[in-house]
Each structure stands twice: as C-alpha cells, then as structure tokens.
Design a binder for this molecule. Sequence first.
Ligand code: FES
Ligand SMILES: [Fe+2]
Length: 334
Amino acid sequence: MKIALRAENYRDPFGYEQERRSVWLREWVMFCTTAELSKPGDYYAADLAGWNLLLTVNPQGEIIGFHNVCPHRAGVIAWPGNGTLGNLVCRYHGWAFAWDGSLKSARDFGDDEPLCAEDFELKKISVEAWGPFVFVCLDPNAEPLLESLGGLPERISQYPIETFTYAQRIQREISCNWKTYVDNYLEGYHVPLLHPSLMKALDMSTYQVSIPEPSFCLHTCDTTQGSASGGAWLFRYPNLAVNIYADGMNVERMIPLGHDRTMIMYDYFSVDTSAESIARMVDLSNVVLDEDQLICEAVQRNLNSGVYEAGPLSPRHEIGLMWFQRKIAEAISL
Ligand code: FES
Ligand SMILES: [Fe+2]
C-alpha cells in the first residue's frame, strides 16, 4: 500500500525552502505565454517561488530572461506585470544595462572607484518557448526544454492547439501549500462529492488516469451527451496543467507564494474568442475553482493541525498522486 507524503511536507517553511532549491530551481517551468512577448520591448515580470524574474524581447526579436534583481542594491528592472520596456534600467537608482545584461552605465555614481562592467551584470536565466508556452529554467546546467518535455508536445499536438487564440488570464490566491492543490488536481476521486456541475458533464465511469512517461500524467474522461466539457487533462511536473477540449484549452498553474499560499493562474485559449464564449469558459472553471479552493483550504488547515500524519493512496484513483509525490520525495531526497 502506498502512503501519502507526510503532513509536515505541506506545512513546513524549511521544507519549502528546500523545495525552492530542489524543485523550482531545477525544473523547466511555464512562466507566461508568447502572447505577452510577441514584439521587441515586450516584457513580463513575476515571482516564481520567491525568485523575481523578468522576460523581455530584445531588438532582434529573441525572448531573453534575467533575475529581476539589480547588482547595485537589489532594485528591480521592471515592476511586476507586463507591458513594454524601452531599455533595461533599474527603477531604484537608474543603472542601465545592455540587452545581454551587461552594465552600460551606473548613473551619477562618482568616479573614485571605477566599476568593472563585467562584475555587475544582470543574472541570465534560460528561456525557451514551445507552442504558445514560454518556459524558464533557473538551473545553469538545464537540459534543452524539448528534451525535458519528452513526449508531452507530441501528446498535446494531437489537438488542434494552433487553431486556438490566447484570450484571457484569471488568477486567484489560495491559502494552502501548492502541493495540496496539485494533489487535488491529480485525482478525479473527489469529483462526485465536490463538483456537481462536472458530474453532469462527465461520464465518470470512463475516468482514467495514466502516467504515459515520467514527466507527465494524463487524465481522460468521456462526456455525457451534449456536454462540451470532455477532453484530456495533462499535468506536467511540477505545476503545469493543460486542460484541452475540442474548441479550446485552459492552462492552469499552481505557483507557490510561500509554504502556505499558492497562486492559481488560468490562461484561456479558444477557437471562439468572443466575449460570450470566453465568459462561459471562465464561469465554468470559476465554479470548479471555488469548490476546489473550499476543500484544499480545509485540508490544509487539517494538515496544519497535527492530527493527521499520512494516509493510504487509492491504487484505482490516486496513481497521479503516487507519481507526483514520488517525484517530490526524490527531489528533496526523502
Ligand atoms: S539598486 Fe539598481 S541602481 Fe541601485
Ligand atoms: Fe476538483
């Protein structure tokens, strides 16, 4: 019998620090979409498990990435969000950097001790795009993205995702550890109890979970007649869920904001990008998200309480959790 990860792994700030280094510093992680970085000067800046990152498009049209941390006194080159940057200038005291991250000028610094430009560069990170997804990796020895994705692109390519257009993002902060939410995503065991609207749309007797290869998990389910909710749900370790339907997809990420808080981010892509169609997709996932938030926050309070240690995982419904939790355990060397 497989036993779940222990409760302490979901509540311990020191354990979270360990995960930052052994999971979030190592893996290719989807960070934004190509829609946000489509022309020179576009930028997207956000936090990823405590690392403040900046992606931008250089004048040659290449997406480049840096830690959004100035080597002077840790100021920021861009505020969080997206928009357009004319150049890379620190918002604190105005040091300017070239597109390769090297220091161009240290504004009004004084010339007692001239600065050696190579010693004060923005730290680069690896950035690569696949399809509409832009991934980052903070490990200087990262393998190429496509190698790391394995068979996932081929699996996703079975759907006409090139006919989908980026439409909208919603995000919501939830009071639980990021793994509490991922665990919940990885099983359909709870659907009959928590998601009445999904139950109507899905034929749960056909619900299946498989691990086609070590880097991703796949859920499939037939729809009930007349329902548009069926499709494939792919989960790429550590936090990327690609939920694909015939006419669109929503891409869901669980981004840790600390050991006890998680940002859930949804990006919607659709064939029909009319306001009505997008509103329908958003409304549907908001209902499911409300239901998942309620249970994940309740579970987290119980994990925090000290009453629960670890329970058994269902070989029928929870093999996705077995896979995910084993990867976490290996990463943090449990
Ligand atoms: S911290 Fe960036 S210029 Fe001072
Ligand atoms: Fe759910």
